[in-house]
Design a protein around this ligand. Structure first.
Ligand SMILES: Nc1ncnc2c1ncn2[C@@H]1O[C@H](COP(=O)(O)OP(=O)(O)OP(=O)(O)O)[C@@H](O)[C@H]1O
Ligand SMILES: [Mg+2]
Length: 316
């Protein structure tokens, strides 16, 4: 960061896996009345210092590849003073998890926001993907909400540049469990579409005020995915051998699978009722086969669901 600035660290906002995020103020030394409210993501250096430093460097590298975009958190710069390693962002007062919790408690109706939020998420992810980056950790806590209801995707700590020539060496320690795609779960090749899966999970959660895959572990996630989407276990390609054989070889578990609800019943649809336009779109994002999942660009271009927003907004 330029030397014209100094910062003051205030209260802790949140403590993550490898960093703590503080609220702070960034002052301009030359024009003291010019200051910004910022979030300072400071590396925890007490444990696993060298590993954490690698993560910090990777996140910084990804952030420098992203230019300013309305739906991406504004990155101000990196700080490295002595043993302090930090990334500085514009401060945004809440994340989508806290926003949803408050709104559901007070209004009990979230439908007004859903279309706009999913549109903005796709708009942000479309931009990230256009820079050849996969976010790899889309979830409510990694999406910030401004006072004007603008969404800002944050936390590029697990993000990576997609290398089509190097898919044999992919890292599967990505994506939080509830939003984890089948490819990452089964350790098969993945691409940008893992972020679309996570957005599908979020879309469902916002619409039904219910976490779609509210599971404790990978086994439970696998069971729910194959049952909800009616996938035949024998047809699955999996390199997660332990997980796959634990399920495929257990008659008990196979019985259990049959009892779980299907996607249609989760969407409150009975036989007569068809999916509504939102359910259809959610199921397009949650295709088990990643090649059948639509890209952010395709969804934004082709889905009439977003037409009213496109007309109102200044987004392109
Ligand atoms: N620019 C910001 N303004 C305000 N709050 C922020 C900002 N960036 C992050 N936060 C808050 O801090 C939390 C943790 O930040 P972030 O997700 O970047 O860190 P992390 O260490 O990778 O977290 P985790 O391991 O929990 O995913 C976020 O969920 C959000 O609530
Ligand atoms: Mg996070």
């Amino acid at each position: 960061m330029e030397h014209n600035y100094k910062y003051k660290k205030n209260e802790l906002i949140d403590k993550g896996t490898y960093a703590s995020v503080y609220k702070g103020i960034l002052y301009n030394n030359i024009i003291p009345e010019e200051f910004l409210e910022v979030a300072i993501k400071e590396l925890d250096t007490e444990e696993e210092e060298s590993f954490n430093r690698v993560v910090w460097t990777l996140e910084k590298n990804i952030l420098t590849q992203l230019k300013e975009h309305i739906n991406i958190i504004k990155y101000i710069g990196a700080l490295n003073e002595g043993s302090v390693f930090a990334l500085i962002f514009l401060y945004i007062p809440r994340n989508l998890r806290t926003f949803v919790n408050t709104i559901y408690d007070s209004y009990n109706d979230f439908s007004f926001y859903i279309k706009s939020f999913i549109f903005q998420l796709l708009n942000g992810i479309k931009y990230i993907h256009s820079r050849n980056i996969i976010h790899c950790d889309i979830k409510l806590r990694n999406i910030l909400v401004t006072d004007e209801f603008i969404l800002k995707i944050c936390d590029f700590g697990l993000s990576l540049s997609y290398d089509v020539n190097n898919v044999s060496d992919q890292n599967f320690n990505i994506q939080s469990l509830w939003y984890r795609s089948p490819e990452v779960l089964l350790k098969t090749n993945y691409d940008f579409s893992i972020d679309i899966w996570s957005i599908g999970c979020i879309f469902f959660e916002l619409k039904y005020n219910q976490i779609l895959f509210n599971v404790e572990d990978e086994k439970e996630l696998f069971l729910k995915i194959i049952q909800i989407f009616n996938i035949e276990i024998e047809n699955i390609d999996s390199k997660n051998i332990g997980l796959y054989s634990a399920i495929n070889n257990s008659i008990e578990i196979k019985k259990e699978i049959k009892k779980l609800p299907k996607f249609k019943s989760l969407c409150n649809c009975n036989n007569r009722q068809l999916y509504d336009v939102e359910d259809k779109l959610i199921s397009k994002m949650l295709k088990f086969d990643k090649n059948k999942r639509a890209s952010a660009n395709e969804i934004l271009k082709n889905e009439f669901y977003f037409n009213s927003i496109k007309i109102e907004s200044e987004y392109s």
